[in-house]
Design a protein around this ligand. Structure first.
Ligand SMILES: [Zn+2]
Length: 454
């Protein structure tokens, strides 16, 4: 029987595409004027530099011709600028008065200095709404217990997700990744969650550790739904298989949300179809530019490029033509699950992309190949870099954990097979070092794929 209420917000999530387009355009015009008026040291000069006032932008095509206005690098400079001018680290793109900023999270930059993201009360309400749409599509319902295993401290999937789960009427158990695996599993044993939210590597770590900590496998935890975010994984067939089987047939969904009102979630199709955008009236995500030239790319089914975010309703530190460094693939054709709208898939970070003598290699794709050799490998691997990416002198060095109890000839045969498979599938030559099971460090936070030797 069809679900009588397939969406959290039936009115908004079933709007015809033309109506969404109209709403986006109305909001875009209002938002351009808002950021122009409220960001005199960041957004306004960027419009002025190309000789355009917001009112000169008369179509989506005009909008897409505007330059990229935010990147991680520009953000860092804007944070230093706001610290100097205004005494706060939230960037000169902060458009709301500081006293209206009620929540802050950060990501760690490569330099070690955090990048900050801010919410007003209204921004948080939109965030609640987007996560509710996401969780509802994943099958989470009010009254259900949900184990929250994302990092709680200063992360977009931390306190904002706990808050969003409570706002939709679910019961989050905010164990948080920082508390460690034993504590998290103790809470799981006591509170009996039917859903888990966390990173894919946390889900895998629970499968690995549950038998020794609780004395029974993760399949007996009673978790029926898992929503992962923060790293690719749900879209990798082998990771997907390991997580769903490890939790006894739980349904696995993928999501990737920030603070700007972009909701998205993968669907329940057997084969991963990318993430459905669930809040197109709040934020554009799947706008694509060439990662090098930053020129707009045609938005057609299957197109690949760097994603560009523009938020329509965000007040605090709005994203506007923000090239955030993820390589996306766009799908505009209808999904077989029947849900409306566009989908996208994250292929990796633009910065993570390795160039092995002209061959583009995504670390996540390497991990996917290694995962195909479970149970002969544990699935844990590291790409070892001797110099900063993206250029790598071949062969690409990779450490792979073999399974326990293998003989030396078996390990050597596996190593040779892995080299051949990587060459066949991803076209680069690997130098693989087989290491003991359990020797690569596990993490309850984001899965680590690169070991830096520089
Ligand atoms: Zn679908």
């Amino acid at each position: 029987m069809a679900d009588a209420r397939p969406y959290w917000n039936m009115a908004q999530e079933t709007l015809p595409q033309e109506r969404i387009r109209e709403l986006q355009w109305q909001k875009l015009q209002r938002q351009m004027q808002y950021i122009y008026d409220h960001s005199p040291h960041f957004y306004r000069p960027k419009f002025d530099a190309v000789g355009a006032q917001p009112r000169d932008i008369r179509s989506f095509e005009d909008f897409r011709r505007l330059p990229i206005m935010r990147t991680k690098e520009l953000d860092r400079a804007a944070q230093e600028d706001s610290a100097a001018r205004e005494g706060h680290p939230y960037g000169t793109y902060l458009c709301a008065p500081l006293e209206q900023v009620v929540h802050v999270y950060s990501t760690s930059g490569t330099s070690g200095e955090p990048s900050f993201y801010t919410y007003t009360e209204q921004d948080l309400r939109i965030n609640d709404e987007c996560w509710a749409r996401t969780f509802w599509r994943a099958g989470i319902r009010p009254g259900e217990t949900v184990l929250h295993g994302f990092g709680l401290s200063m992360w977009s999937a931390g306190i904002p997700v706990v808050r969003a789960l409570a706002a939709m009427g679910a019961r989050p158990i905010a164990a948080g990744a920082e508390g460690g695996i034993e504590r998290m599993l103790m809470f799981a044993r006591l509170t009996k969650p039917v859903a888990l939210v966390g990173t894919p590597s946390l889900a895998e770590y629970i499968i690995e550790k549950c038998p020794s900590i609780l004395g029974y496998p993760a399949s007996e935890l009673g978790v029926k739904t898992i929503v992962v975010a923060g790293a690719p994984g749900a879209g990798l067939p082998d990771v997907r298989k390991r997580i769903t089987e490890g939790f006894g047939g739980a349904r696995l969904f993928d999501s990737s949300q920030g603070c700007w009102g972009l909701g998205n979630v993968s669907c329940d199709c057997d084969e991963y179809q990318g993430m459905h955008v669930v809040s197109p009236e709040h934020c554009i995500w799947a706008d694509l530019v060439d990662p090098d030239s930053k020129a707009p790319l045609p938005l057609e089914d299957g197109a690949v490029g760097e994603g560009v975010i523009t938020a329509f309703d965000h007040q605090a530190g709005p994203a506007f033509r923000y090239a955030f460094g993820d390589t996306l693939q766009l799908f505009t054709e209808p999904c077989r699950c029947g849900a409306p709208g566009w989908r996208f898939r994250i292929l990796g970070r633009v910065d993570d992309l390795l160039n092995v003598k002209g061959i583009k290699v995504y670390p996540a794709a390497v991990r996917n190949v290694i995962n195909g050799f479970v149970p002969r490998t544990t699935g844990e691997m590291r790409i070892v870099l001797d110099a900063p990416p993206p250029a790598v002198n071949p062969p690409l060095q990779i450490k792979v954990e073999h399974a326990p109890g293998m003989s030396l000839p078996e390990i050597e045969a596996l190593r040779a097979e892995l080299v051949e498979k990587l060459k066949g599938r991803l076209r680069f030559t690997a130098a693989i070092t087989m290491v003991e099971p359990g020797s690569l460090e596990r993490s309850t936070l984001k899965g680590k794929l690169i070991e830096k030797n520089y």
